[in-house]
Design a protein around this ligand. Structure first.
Ligand code: EPZ
Length: 420
C-alpha cells in the first residue's frame, strides 16, 4: 500500500489541467450497457474506480478497450449478474442496476455495504425500480431485481438528505427503455447527472428537465452507440484551488467548468481567496488576508460534500472560528482526528465541526480513511512544516488522476512511497 511523503512549506506555482470527472464517467460507462452498439468515451481519467468499472462491464459480457483516456465499450450481449467481489469493492458500481434493468429487465448485484462516511442505503434506488414494476429480493448478499415489463411512473426520489445522485442516475437509465413516461420528482441536479442525461440523449433517449428537480423521460424501444467527452472534474478543480490558497501560492487551473463550481468559488472568495477567471481558466491565489467562513454541505448547487474535508484543511490555517456542517453524510469527519495529528484544533458537535483556526501545522504520519479525507491530508501536509506521511493513498488513487505528478508539476515536494 503506497504512501505519500510530503515536505511542506512550498507555495504551489504554475499550471495544472483538470481530468475528466470520476462521478460522471462511472454512470456513463455503466450506461453503455443500454445498447449493443459501440460507445466511445473520451477524457476518461486513469483512476482505480474506472478500472474497476471496466472490469465489471467485462464481467457482464461487454468488450472494453482502454486506450489512454479513451474507453471503447461494446455490450453486444449482457449477463444480468455482476461479479460479486468486484461490485462489492466499489460502491459506485451500483449504477449498473438501472442499465441492466433497462436492457435486460433483470439484474443481480451485490449489495453495497456501508462505508466510512455513512450507512449509504440504496432504498431510494430500489424504490425507483419498484415504481417501474420491478420485484426486489435480497438474498445471499445479492439484490435481485426482475420485471416482466418496465412501465413508466411518477416517482418522488427525495430522501433523508434530499435527492440521491446515483439513485437519480439509475432510475433515468432504466426509464429510458421503459414503456411510457417516467417523471422523477426531487431528482438530483448535479452536473454529473446532466452529463449522463446528455450522453443518453445522444444515444436516442428522450429526457427533459435534467438539471432541475423534475426530470421527465419518455421510454424508447432501443438506443444506439455514440461518442462522448466527459465533463471535467469540479471536485479535483476545487481541491487544486484550495491547495493554492493553503500553500499561499498561485495556480492556474485549466480545463475546469467554473459554472459547475459556483458554491465553492463563492465560499473561497468570501474567505478572501483571489480567483481570476478567463473563460474556462482560473488563477487562484491567497489574496491579502484570509478570514474564517462557515460552510454547510448541501445537494447541488449548494456546497458539495466532496469538498468539505479540503475546505476544513484551509479553515484550520486561518485564525478565528469557522463552523463546518455536514448535511449529506452522517459520518464524514474521519479526517478531523488526522488533521489534529498535524496540530489542527477541531472539535465535533453533532453534524458540525468547530474549527479554531490559526495554529501552525507540523508534519506527522497520518492515515487516509476515504477519498476526500485523503485529499484534505495532502493539502494540509503541504502547509505543515516538516514531513507528513499520508498512508493508504489507495483512497486517493480512486478519485485523483496522477495527483502526485500534478502537484510536483506545481513545485510541491511530494514523493510516492511504495510500502511493502
Ligand atoms: C454520489 O454518491 C457521489 N459518488 C459521491 O461522491 C457524492 O458524495 C454523493 O453523490 C453526494 O454528492 C458518485 O457519483 C460515484 P447520494 P451517491 O445517493 O449517489 C442517502 C466522492 O467522494 N441515500 O446522492 O452514492 C445517502 O446515504 C463520492 O467522489 C439514501 O438514504 O450519493 C446520503 O446520505 C463520495 N438512500 C444521501 O442520500 C438511497 O437510496 C446522498 O447520497 C440513496 C442515498
Amino acid at each position: 500500500m503506497d504512501s505519500l511523503l510530503i515536505k511542506g512549506g512550498v507555495p504551489l506555482h504554475g499550471d495544472v489541467t483538470v481530468s475528466g470527472a470520476k462521478n460522471a464517467v462511472l454512470p456513463i460507462l455503466a450506461a453503455t450497457l443500454l445498447t449493443p452498439e459501440k460507445c466511445v468515451i473520451r477524457r476518461v481519467p486513469d483512476l482505480t474506480d474506472v478500472h474497476f468499472m471496466a472490469e465489471i462491464l467485462a464481467s457482464l459480457g461487454a468488450q472494453v478497450k482502454v486506450d489512454g483516456d479513451t474507453v471503447t465499450v461494446q455490450a453486444r450481449k449482457v449477463r444480468p449478474v455482476g461479479n460479486y467481489e468486484l461490485i462489492r469493492k466499489m460502491r459506485g458500481s451500483i449504477c449498473i442496476l438501472g442499465p441492466l434493468m433497462g436492457r435486460m429487465r433483470e439484474a443481480s448485484v451485490s449489495l453495497p455495504g456501508g462505508c466510512v462516511i455513512g450507512t449509504r442505503p440504496i432504498d431510494l434506488h430500489l424504490k425507483g425500480m419498484k415504481s417501474l414494476g420491478a420485484s426486489v429480493e435480497i438474498e445471499g448478499g445479492y439484490v435481485n431485481l426482475k420485471a416482466r415489463r418496465l412501465i413508466g411512473a411518477d416517482v418522488f426520489l427525495g430522501g433523508r438528505a434530499g435527492p440521491t445522485v446515483l439513485g437519480t442516475a439509475n432510475l433515468m437509465m432504466a426509464a429510458v427503455l421503459a414503456e411510457g413516461v417516467t417523471t422523477i420528482e426531487s431528482a438530483a441536479c448535479e452536473p454529473e447527472v446532466v452529463d449522463l442525461a446528455f450522453f443518453l440523449s445522444k444515444m436516442g433517449a428522450k429526457i427533459v428537465g435534467v438539471g432541475s428537480p423534475t426530470i421527465t423521460i419518455t421510454g424508447v424501444k432501443e438506443l444506439h452507440g455514440v461518442e462522448h467527452e466527459v465533463i471535467p472534474d469540479r471536485i479535483e478543480a476545487a481541491t487544486f484551488a484550495i491547495a493554492a490558497a493553503v500553500t499561499d501560492g498561485e495556480v492556474t487551473i485549466h480545463g475546469a467548468r467554473p459554472d459547475h463550481m459556483h458554491a465553492v468559488l463563492d465560499k473561497l472568495q468570501e474567505a478572501g481567496v483571489k480567483i481570476e477567471r478567463k473563460g474556462l481558466t482560473m488563477t487562484v491565489s491567497r489574496g491579502r488576508r484570509l478570514k474564517p467562513v462557515d460552510v454547510t454541505t448541501l445537494p447541488y448547487s449548494g456546497f458539495p460534500t466532496d469538498v468539505q474535508a479540503q475546505m476544513m484543511a484551509l479553515m484550520a490555517l486561518i485564525p478565528g472560528l469557522s463552523i463546518i456542517t455536514e448535511r449529506i453524510f452522517e459520518s464524514r469527519f474521519m479526517h478531523v482526528a488526522e488533521l489534529a495529528r498535524l496540530g489542527a484544533d477541531i472539535s465535533i458537535e453533532g453534524p458540525s465541526a468547530i474549527v479554531k483556526g490559526g495554529r501552525p501545522l507540523s508534519g506527522a504520519p497520518v492515515m487516509a480513511s476515504d477519498l476526500r479525507a485523503s485529499a484534505a491530508l495532502v493539502v494540509a501536509g503541504m502547509a505543515a512544516s516538516g514531513k507528513t506521511l499520508v498512508n493508504r493513498i489507495y483512497h486517493l488513487d480512486r478519485g485523483y488522476e496522477k495527483i502526485d505528478q500534478k502537484l510536483r508539476g506545481l513545485g510541491a515536494r511530494v514523493q510516492r512511497i511504495e510500502q511493502p
